[in-house]
Design a protein around this ligand. Structure first.
Ligand code: 5GP
Ligand code: MG
Length: 175
């Protein structure tokens, strides 16, 4: 196994405990309401699977494959949204992403979910960067508020690498 990059930031047990608490809160909020989870790929893949283990078995799941990053920087554009579909009319939608940074991704995906007929759209992110948002997006559920650093692991990548790390690590910017 190659040496993991960067510095340790959040351990696998820390993440596991926090995900369980988030799932309990989501479960309580949507009790008796049919819920559709929309996971933004690829970054949220570990997070959404770990959440789903604790949610109702009739929770519906969609995966939307979109991207905005190149290296450690956002391109400022969302690619792939026009392919994203779902039977959302009158349903409660919960968008799941790995990280809230500028707000661009969740602003655009939230608008798209509403356009598809969602009754409500809420947001759950594992990580939220403490920085000024470019787009006004608030997440109802946040796993961890983190400093404005580039992180990898537990689904988060650097040019498609390091997603498979079980913990989250920080990398120097501009790598
Ligand atoms: P936003 O659109 O809010 O600026 O950024 C959200 C998306 O950018 C996330 O879904 C994620 O894919 C990517 N991103 C933002 N910050 C980081 C980071 O620190 N590490 C990684 N690996 N991806 C990030
Ligand atoms: Mg992402």
């Amino acid at each position: 196994m190659i040496r993991p990059p960067g510095q340790p930031y959040l351990s696998a047990p820390q993440i596991r405990r926090r995900v369980r608490t988030l799932a309990a809160s989501i479960h309580k909020t949507y009790r008796n309401r049919p819920l559709t989870i929309v996971a933004l790929l690829k970054g949220s893949v570990f997070f959404v699977v770990d959440l789903l283990r604790h949610l109702d078995p009739d929770t519906e799941v969609e995966f939307w494959n979109i991207s905005s990053y190149q290296g450690t920087r956002s391109t400022g554009k969302i690619r792939g949204l026009h392919h994203c579909r779902g039977n959302f009319v009158g349903r409660d939608i919960l968008l799941i992403d790995d990280i809230l940074d500028s707000g661009l991704t969740l602003d655009r995906t939230r608008a798209h979910a509403k356009k598809l007929g969602a009754r409500t759209v809420q947001i759950c992110v594992l990580l939220s960067k403490k920085r000024k948002r470019v787009h006004a997006v608030k997440a109802r559920w946040v796993g961890f508020s983190i400093k404005d650093e580039f992180v990898v692991g537990y689904g988060l990548d650097l040019d498609q690498r390091y997603r498979a790390l079980p913990s989250i690590r920080t990398l120097p910017k501009g790598v």
